[in-house]
Design a protein around this ligand. Structure first.
Ligand code: T1G
Length: 698
C-alpha cells in the first residue's frame, strides 16, 4: 500500500486521503494508492460512504506531467475512475486549493463534490497542448452544460467555488475539505440520496441538442485567439462528442484525440514551457535558503506608459503603490491613463465593476522623490538615458530607507554603472518589464555584479506575487531578449537590401506564429527613435533613413514600412515603400534577387539562436530554458514552439550551424559564424536541452 494514499474509517465513512507534495499529482503511485483504497473501502461492510480528499495545500492538480511521453503504467486513470463511478457506495470529493485536469476528472467521476470557498476548479490541459483525457470532456458538459464546459475546456482557466456551486459542479461550499466532505457524506446517507453518476445525466445537454448554435457560438468565441494551436480545436470537438454521441463512444473518441495530442510536437513544446517557467524562478549561484526581503509597499518613479503599467500590476495583486512624478501635470496624465485603462477592462467584463476604484485606491500619486522613504522596493521607470538614470539613482540613495531594493526598468542600459551612483550597489538590480506592463507576463531580472542574493530573491518572489514570470540574467547590452532581437533586426534590414519586401518578411514571421514581424514592429515602436540615435552615432541604415527623411515614422505618422488608413493599426503594403526601396538600391548600385520564404525564416531565427548560444556561453543566462521563457513571455514567441532554444533542438543544431556558416560566407558577415558552443554541440550531436548544467556559473 502506498504511503502517499491512506484509508481511515470514521464510523461508517471511509476517508481516503492523498498526500503527495507538492500538488498531489496523479503519479502511478498515487493512482495505485487511490485504486487500492477504493477497493478496500468498497469491500469493507462497515463503510457506507466514501470521501476522497487531499492533504497539503491543494486537491489533485492533475495527472503527473512528468509521466507524459513515457510508457503508461497500471492502473490507468480510466480504471481508477471506473472504480469510483461504479462504486455501490456514494463517493464524495472534498476539494480545496486547485482541482485541475485529472484532479477535476477524478472529482467528476465521484457521485458528489463539495469544495472550500477558496477552491479553484478547472481543466487546463489545453495550456499543455492537450485536452482532458480521462472523461473531462464528457462529464463536465453534463455537470455544468456545454457552454460553460467549452469556456473551461477550450480556454483552460479555472472557475471559483461560487461559480462552481451556481452551475451545479459542486453541491456545497464547506469549511474544511475533510471535515466538510465527511459531514456532507453523512447527509447523503441520512437523506438516502441516489448515486448520481454524471455519465447517466444528459439533462444539461438537451438545450444544445435542440439548438446546436449554442455550442458552435461558444466554440467560435473561445477559439478566436487560438491561431496556430491544435489543442483548443481538438478540445472543442471532444466537447461536441458529449452532445452528439453516447457517453462511452464519446469517451473512446476523447481518448483517441488525447493520445494524438500527447505525442504532438506542440504539446511537447508546451509541456517543456511549463517546466522551463518554473525552473527560471530558481536562481543558481546563491546560498541555499536565501530568503527574500519583505515587501509591503512599492514606489514607482515615473507615471508614463511603463510606470503606469507596472503600478497597475502591483495594484492588481493588492500591493499598495506610491507613484512618483516630477510634476502635477505628468502625474495627472499618468493617473488618468490608468483609470481609463481599468474602466475599459471593467467595461469588457475583464475585471469586476468595483475593481477600478479599489485598485486605483491602492495607487497613491505624488510629486517628489522624497516620497520613496517608506518603500521596501523602488522601481525606476524614467526616460531611457544613462544620465537621467544616474541622477535618479543618486537621489534615491539619499531618500530610500536602508534595505530597500532599488530596481531599474531599463531595457538595455548597464546596471553596474547605474549601481555605482549609490553607496548601496548590493541593493541595486534591474527589473525589466515589457509593454504593456500590466499585460505582458515577463520580468527580466538583471543581476548586477554587486547585487546581494536576498535582493535578487526579493525581485524574483515579488515578480511571482504580481503574476509575472521572472527570468534572471546578467548585465550586457540589451540583456537577453533585446540582444537576440538586435540580430533579427540586423538580418531583416539586410534582407530588404537583397530584394525581399517588408510584407514578405513579416508574413513569414507571423506565419511562424510570432504576433508581429520586424517591420510592423518597427512601425509600432516608431522609426524616428532609431533614426535619431543613428544620427547621434553617425551611422546609417539607408532604407530606413530614407523612409524617415520622407516623414514615414510608422503608425504615429500613418505611414512607415506600411501605410495605416483611417486610424486603423492594420499594416497595408504601400507601393510607395517599394519604390523608395528600389530607388535606394539603385542609388547604392545594389542588385535585387528573389529571396525565398525558407531563407527568410532561417535568417530571422538562426542568428537569434546563435546569439542565444553566445549568451549561454558568457553566463548571461543560466539555462536555455530561461532564454525560452524570456521569448515566450516577453516577445510573443508562439508557445507551441517552446522558445528559440527548444525550437533549435527540434530543427537540429547541425543544420542550424551549417546554414549559419553558409550565410556568413555568402554575406561576408562574421557575426553569422556559428558560436563556439553551437559548433561544439552540433559536432557532438548534442542539443541545448543536453546542457543540464549552467555553461558558466551566473
Ligand atoms: N505534474 C507534475 N508536477 C507538477 C504538476 C503536475 N500536474 N503541477 C505542478 N507540478 C510541480 C511544479 O513543476 C513545481 O515543481 C511544483 O509542482 C509546484 O508548482 C489526464 C492530461 C497547481 C496551480 O495543468 O497549474 O491532468 O518546480 O510552482 O504556482 O486529463 O502548478 O517545485 O520542482 O506551479 O503554487 C493538468 C499544472 C495536467 C496543472 C500550483 N494540470 N499545475 O501553482 O506552484 S494534465 C495542470 C499548475 C492532466 C488529464 C490531463 C500549478 C498549480 P518544482 P508551481 P504554484
Amino acid at each position: 500500500m502506498s504511503d502517499k494514499v491512506k484509508l481511515d474509517r470514521h464510523g461508517v465513512i471511509g476517508i481516503i486521503t492523498i498526500n503527495s507534495p507538492p500538488v498531489n499529482a496523479l503519479s502511478t503511485e498515487v493512482r495505485a494508492g487511490i485504486f487500492e483504497s477504493m477497493k478496500r473501502a468498497i469491500a469493507d461492510p462497515e463503510v457506507k460512504a466514501i470521501v476522497l480528499t487531499c492533504g497539503g495545500r491543494t486537491f489533485i492538480a492533475g495527472a503527473d506531467i512528468t509521466e507524459f511521453g513515457k510508457p503508461p503504467e497500471p492502473p490507468g486513470l480510466d480504471e481508477v475512475l471506473a472504480a469510483i463511478e461504479n462504486s455501490p457506495k456514494p463517493i464524495i470529493a472534498g476539494i480545496h486549493g486547485t482541482a485541475l485536469g485529472g484532479g477535476l476528472e477524478v472529482a467528476l467521476a465521484c457521485h458528489y463534490r463539495v469544495a472550500t470557498k477558496d477552491a479553484k476548479l478547472g481543466l487546463p490541459e489545453v495550456k499543455l497542448g492537450l485536452l482532458p483525457g480521462a472523461g473531462g470532456t464528457q462529464r463536465l458538459p453534463r455537470a455544468v452544460g456545454p457552454e460553460l464546459a467549452v469556456k473551461m475546456i477550450v480556454g483552460g482557466d479555472p472557475i471559483n467555488a461560487e461559480v462552481a456551486l451556481k452551475n451545479g459542479l459542486i453541491e456545497e461550499i464547506v469549511e474544511g475539505p475533510a471535515a466538510g466532505s465527511e459531514s456532507f457524506a453523512r447527509k447523503v446517507l441520512d437523506e438516502k440520496r441516489p448515486l448520481r453518476r454524471l455519465r447517466d445525466d444528459d439533462s444539461k445537454l438537451q438545450a444544445a441538442k435542440a439548438d446546436p448554435s449554442m455550442f458552435t457560438n461558444a466554440v467560435a468565441s473561445m477559439t478566436k485567439k487560438s491561431r496556430g494551436l491544435q489543442a483548443p480545436f481538438a478540445a472543442a470537438d471532444a466537447v461536441g462528442y458529449a452532445i452528439d454521441l453516447p457517453f462511452d463512444e464519446g469517451l473512446r473518441k476523447e481518448r483517441e484525440a488525447f493520445l494524438k495530442l500527447e505525442s504532438s510536437d506542440q504539446s511537447k513544446a508546451q509541456r517543456y514551457a511549463f517546466f522551463a517557467e518554473r525552473e527560471a524562478a530558481k536562481v543558481s549561484g546563491i546560498p541555499e535558503g536565501t530568503k527574500p526581503r519583505n515587501v509591503d509597499r512599492v514606489a514607482i518613479i515615473g507615471a508614463g506608459t511603463m510606470g503606469g503599467g507596472i503600478a497597475m500590476s502591483f495594484a492588481n495583486a493588492g500591493v499598495p503603490v506610491t507613484l512618483i512624478e516630477t510634476g502635477e501635470e505628468q502625474l495627472k496624465r499618468g493617473m488618468g491613463m490608468m483609470q481609463k485603462n481599468y474602466e475599459a477592462t471593467a467595461a469588457r467584463g475583464g475585471i469586476p465593476a468595483d475593481a477600478p476604484a479599489k485598485r486605483m485606491g491602492l495607487i497613491n500619486g505624488v510629486v517628489g522623490l522624497e516620497n520613496v522613504k517608506d518603500a521596501d522596493l523602488i522601481i525606476e521607470a524614467v526616460f531611457e538615458t544613462m544620465a537621467v538614470k544616474k541622477q535618479v539613482f543618486g537621489a534615491l540613495d539619499k531618500f530610500a530607507k536602508p534595505g530597500a531594493v532599488l530596481a531599474s526598468n531599463t531595457s538595455y542600459l548597464n546596471i553596474d554603472e547605474i549601481a555605482k551612483e549609490t553607496k548601496r550597489p548590493q541593493d541595486v538590480l534591474g527589473m525589466h518589464f515589457f509593454s504593456p506592463a500590466n499585460v505582458m507576463k515577463l520580468c527580466e531580472i538583471v543581476r548586477a555584479a554587486a547585487t546581494a542574493p536576498d535582493a535578487l530573491m526579493t525581485a524574483v518572489s515579488i515578480s511571482r506575487k504580481i503574476a509575472k514570470v521572472p527570468a534572471v540574467v546578467r548585465v550586457c547590452d540589451g540583456f537577453v531578449g533585446n540582444r537576440m532581437l538586435a540580430q533579427r533586426i540586423k538580418e531583416s534590414d539586410k534582407l530588404l537590401f537583397e530584394g525581399a519586401l517588408p510584407q514578405q518578411v513579416d508574413a513569414v514571421v507571423t506565419k511562424f506564429g510570432m504576433p508581429m514581424g520586424p517591420f510592423a514592429m518597427g512601425d509600432l515602436a516608431g522609426l524616428d527613435i532609431g533614426w535619431r540615435s543613428r544620427q547621434d552615432r553617425g551611422i546609417k541604415s539607408e532604407i530606413e533613413d530614407a523612409l524617415c527623411e520622407a516623414g514615414r515614422f510608422g503608425q504615429k505618422t500613418g505611414k512607415g514600412y506600411y501605410k495605416y488608413e483611417g486610424g486603423s493599426r492594420a499594416p497595408l503594403p504601400d507601393p510607395e515603400v517599394e519604390k523608395l526601396i528600389d530607388e535606394t538600391l539603385q542609388r547604392l548600385g545594389r542588385k535585387k534577387r528573389v529571396v525565398s520564404d525558407d531563407e527568410i525564416l532561417e535568417r530571422m531565427m538562426y542568428p537569434m539562436i546563435n546569439e542565444g548560444a553566445r549568451i549561454l556561453a558568457e553566463g548571461i543566462a543560466t539555462r536555455p530554458g530561461d532564454i525560452d521563457v524570456i521569448w515566450l513571455y516577453g516577445y510573443g514567441w508562439p508557445i507551441y514552439r517552446g522558445g528559440p532554444m527548444f525550437y533549435a533542438d527540434q530543427v537540429g543544431l547541425k543544420h542550424i550551424a551549417d546554414r549559419l556558416a553558409y550565410y556568413s560566407k555568402e554575406s561576408g558577415d562574421p557575426s553569422l559564424e556559428p558560436a563556439p558552443l553551437l559548433k561544439r554541440l552540433a559536432a557532438e550531436g548534442g542539443s541545448f536541452a543536453s546542457l543540464t548544467q549552467p555553461v558558466k556559473a551566473v
